[in-house]
Design a protein around this ligand. Structure first.
Ligand SMILES: [Zn+2]
Length: 399
């Protein structure tokens, strides 16, 4: 029996194709050898023509996608917006207890505790991250979130004034079920805090580097509000950050559920995103190919998720020679798909040609990278940012 996919917000089954990148490797599976075998999976985006949610309808099986997750990623990242988020939460009323779904290494709960929240708990299935959280003295449930788990937690220690889920709900294939879990954990009169990637800045720019096989939902402020409303939550406060290509943080409280309505404007923006990506692909490839023919060294800074999508999804891999990354764990290995070798920035010091360096790093790291790598090549370097919030079209002009 085949089932037609249905929209994760409104449940309808009419979609339009936004883009199709064919088969891509998994971005986190950095290769040990250039000729190592790797699996590829179809990557396509569709938009629900009713409510406007852009989504991956046929995601990679989570068992397969997350099974080799054997280390803790986000503890490497600086999170400059974290103090602002804590402040917004505490400005919303007294919080005596908090639970963080997908608490990772427990950093956010640790900050909440330091700010006076007496009882904190986390849910985190990744054993490496949860071990760090436990070392911080946080009670962690090491399972996938489920209604049964939430009921058990509430039976054991009561409901919570605050439920937190940061960088989680964009991975979730069953939004209704997830929000039911949130509701089970939440005390009467309590509130929830979500931090999610905001697709809108990248959608308007035509920046495909924010796409990632792990993110199955691409929320804009409008579609996220609609998703929450459908499950009986109303947003009381929204915050926007440039972090990681655009971050939306919201506070919400229980409210009467609202049946999702039509949003033709958001649908059109998603389709326009697909067209912009195609136009950008044509122009960037043309310019990179010309630069290479003129004798410049063409490299990419970054070998993570955003870099992988540019190299493999957009197809920049053939135009570039190697990748730079200052995470020692990645050096000496190869970028998935494109199989470019990964070197430390110091490699640029040996470069005799003028360097064109495509920046595929988050905004908060761009200035640091340019300061460090910019001084190295004797023949000079031109940096071109390929990621929002930079205007990637103006950047393109510098090629
Ligand atoms: Zn929909």
């Amino acid at each position: 029996v085949s089932t037609r996919p249905s929209c994760r917000i409104c449940g309808r089954d009419a979609f339009e194709r936004v883009l199709d990148f064919g088969a891509l490797p998994i971005a986190h599976r950095v290769l040990e050898r250039r000729d190592e075998e790797e699996e590829r999976f179809p990557f396509a985006l569709d938009v629900c023509v009713t409510c406007g949610l852009t989504q991956i309808l046929d995601p990679i099986d989570p068992e397969l996608l997350y099974k080799r997750y054997n280390f803790n990623f986000s503890s490497w990242k600086p999170e400059p917006h974290l103090p602002g988020e804590i402040e917004a939460i505490l400005g919303n009323g007294q919080v005596r207890s908090a639970i963080d779904i997908g608490c990772n290494d427990g950093l956010f709960l640790d900050r909440l505790r330091a700010a006076g929240v007496e009882r904190v708990a986390g849910i985190e299935p990744n054993p490496y991250s949860s071990a760090i959280a436990r070392d911080r003295g946080i009670a962690v449930y090491g399972e996938m979130v489920s209604v049964a788990l939430c009921d058990r937690i509430v039976a054991e220690q009561g409901a919570f004034d605050l439920v937190v889920a940061r960088q989680v709900i964009e991975h979730v294939t069953d939004l209704r079920l997830f929000l039911t879990c949130v509701d089970r954990l939440l005390a009467p009169g309590g509130f929830v805090f979500f931090d999610i990637p905001d697709f809108q800045p990248a959608a308007r720019m035509g920046d495909c580097s924010v796409l990632w096989e792990e993110h199955v939902n691409y929320f804009t402020p409008a579609t996220f509000a609609r998703a929450l409303a459908a499950s009986g939550f109303a947003i009381t406060q929204s915050l926007h950050y440039d972090f990681s290509g655009g971050t939306l943080a919201v506070l919400a409280r229980r409210a009467a559920p609202v049946v999702p309505g039509d949003d033709p404007q958001t649908v059109e923006e998603a389709l326009e995103f697909g067209r912009l990506v195609e136009r950008y692909r044509t122009q960037v490839l043309e310019k990179l190919t010309a630069a290479r023919a003129a004798g410049h060294a063409l490299v990419m800074y970054g070998s993570g998720v955003r870099s992988c999508m540019l190299l493999n999804g957009l197809g920049l891999g053939d135009a570039l020679e190697y990748a730079l990354d200052d995470q020692p764990e990645r050096q000496g290995r190869f970028v998935p798909g494109a199989r470019l070798p990964i070197y430390a920035s110091e490699k640029l010091a040996q470069e005799t040609r003028h360097v064109v360096c495509v920046l595929a790093v988050n905004h908060e790291n761009e200035a640091k990278v340019m300061a460090r790598a910019g001084a190295l090549p004797p023949g000079g370097v031109t940096f071109v940012s390929a990621c929002v919030p930079s205007d990637i079209w103006t950047e393109l002009e510098r090629l």
